[in-house]
Design a protein around this ligand. Structure first.
Ligand SMILES: Cc1cc2nc3c(=O)[nH]c(=O)nc-3n(C[C@H](O)[C@H](O)[C@H](O)COP(=O)(O)OP(=O)(O)OC[C@H]3O[C@@H](n4cnc5c(N)ncnc54)[C@H](O)[C@@H]3O)c2cc1C
Length: 388
């Protein structure tokens, strides 16, 4: 089975590896360098605290790989299981979080709902008076996306994947009827294939349009900064998220913290529909100031002596319901995109799904309709609520 994967981010690499492991003859076309787009700009968060069955299942399947990554691929990805702590300021949001915990625990995720006074058990720096409740899972954490990409890239090479960097796909080839995809046109010539996988991250909508398809995947700019807080953030503090303001922080090395967020309180420009070829990759000074001010409103670490070390912006690729599209969109053309803020962590399960779609015709891991683009026409999709 000949497969061309478009995109050498974490999703393309995981898919290529899963396909080659099942005997596929796989070529990855990456227009720049491996893992250099959204994957390099991620916060590296890995969690099972999602609000829909499909996202929880993708996490459970992926965590198995993240936990054993070094054994499987020989690379230590710095996986730290400090947990995730979600915080709710309103009763309605707390109830929604509690519903999510029911769904998660039914599937074996060790998450728990917390009344406000219990929040301090997991993060004593949070101003518990600002919140009515929260949820925590000790199984969640974060890892280094660069190291994970490297691990997958090496594993791909070992499994016989041909990796072509600096090779942009400029067109998708179809058969004479125009019904089936039969290969790609690159800057260096044609590649015929039984299947083409669109793993182009924020460019996925554009790549789909090369095949005459319209997919609702839109790039949105998101920002992150690394700061040296006034009060060091200990390594065991969870990835802590205020869902209301959309702001979050997690420990980095040596007491530093990574901060992020994009809610109305911190936004500095309209970051929707960013152009992936020309968006501003630096963090805005005003955004950093707003984010620090907002986060210091609900936690005690980020006083006025906090120093900003560096910051950057990257792109989420979002769909209207914050769930990915993973499907054979037309014969021979598999889409794996639109992961919002959870494409890094869901990459291992996605690779497996892509390989199942191509070798078995349908995925065994999850309900295929939940990740099909048809859901936007039928209105059957569910919105993921636990997103920042
Ligand atoms: C600020 C920020 C924080 C995030 N935090 C998290 C987090 O904590 N946890 C998490 O799970 N996710 C997080 N994400 C999301 C995560 O980074 C993405 O979902 C994930 O990296 C998507 O991987 P990908 O391989 O689909 O896309 P990418 O890494 O963008 O890879 C797509 C690749 O396709 C290539 N490409 C595009 N068009 C073509 C073409 N025509 N020909 C050849 N190659 C092409 C690009 O060059 C690129 O390398 C975050 C994202 C951002 C921006």
């Amino acid at each position: 089975m000949k497969v061309v994967v478009i995109g050498g981010g974490i999703v393309g690499l995981s898919s290529a590896h899963a396909l080659a492991s099942r005997g596929g003859d796989v070529t990855v076309c990456e227009k720049r360098s491996l893992g250099s787009a959204s994957t390099a700009r991620s916060a590296g968060g890995i969690r099972s605290q999602f609000s829909t069955p499909v996202n929880i299942d993708l996490s459970i399947e992926s965590v198995v790989v993240w936990e054993s990554f070094e054994e499987r691929f020989g690379v230590d990805i710095g996986y730290r299981r400090a947990g995730y702590l979600f915080l709710a300021r309103s009763e309605a949001r707390a109830e929604a979080l509690e519903d999510g915990v029911r769904l998660q625990t039914d599937r074996g995720v060790p998450s728990e709902f917390l009344e406000a006074p219990d929040i301090a058990r997991y993060n004593s720096h949070v101003d518990a008076d600002s919140f009515v409740g929260g949820t925590y899972s000790p199984g969640d954490g974060f890892a280094d996306p660069h190291l994970a990409s490297q691990g997958y890239a090496t594993a791909c090479a070992d499994a016989g994947v041909e990796i072509r960097t600096n090779t942009a796909v400029i067109d998708i080839l179809t058969d004479a009827d125009g019904d089936s995809v039969v290969g790609v046109e690159t800057e260096d010539g044609r590649l015929e294939a039984d299947f083409v996988v669109n793993a182009a991250g924020p460019w996925a909508g554009r790549v789909a349009s090369m095949a005459g398809l319209e997919l609702p995947i839109v790039p949105k700019r998101r920002q992150i900064a690394i700061v040296s807080p006034e009060k060091a953030v200990p390594a065991d503090v969870p990835f802590t998220i205020d869902l209301e303001s959309g702001t979050y922080y997690r420990p980095e090395r040596d007491g530093d913290a990574l901060i992020g967020g994009h809610g109305a309180e911190v936004a500095t420009r309209d970051d929707a529909q960013a152009n992936p070829d020309s968006y501003c990759k630096s963090a805005d000074f005003e955004w950093i100031a707003n984010a620090l001010e907002t986060i210091s409103g609900w936690t005690t670490c980020f006083g006025p002596e906090t120093r900003v070390k560096r910051g950057w912006a990257g792109l989420y690729a979002v769909t209207p319901d914050d769930h990915a599209i993973v499907e054979e969109t037309v014969p021979g053309f598999v889409t794996a995109g639109g992961f919002s803020g959870h494409g890094f962590q869901h990459a291992p399960a996605t690779g497996k799904l892509v390989a199942e779609l191509i070798f078995d015709g349908e995925p065994s891991l999850v309900d295929p309709s939940a990740l099909s683009s048809e859901r936007f026409e039928t209105g059957d999709g569910r919105i993921e609520r636990n997103v920042v």
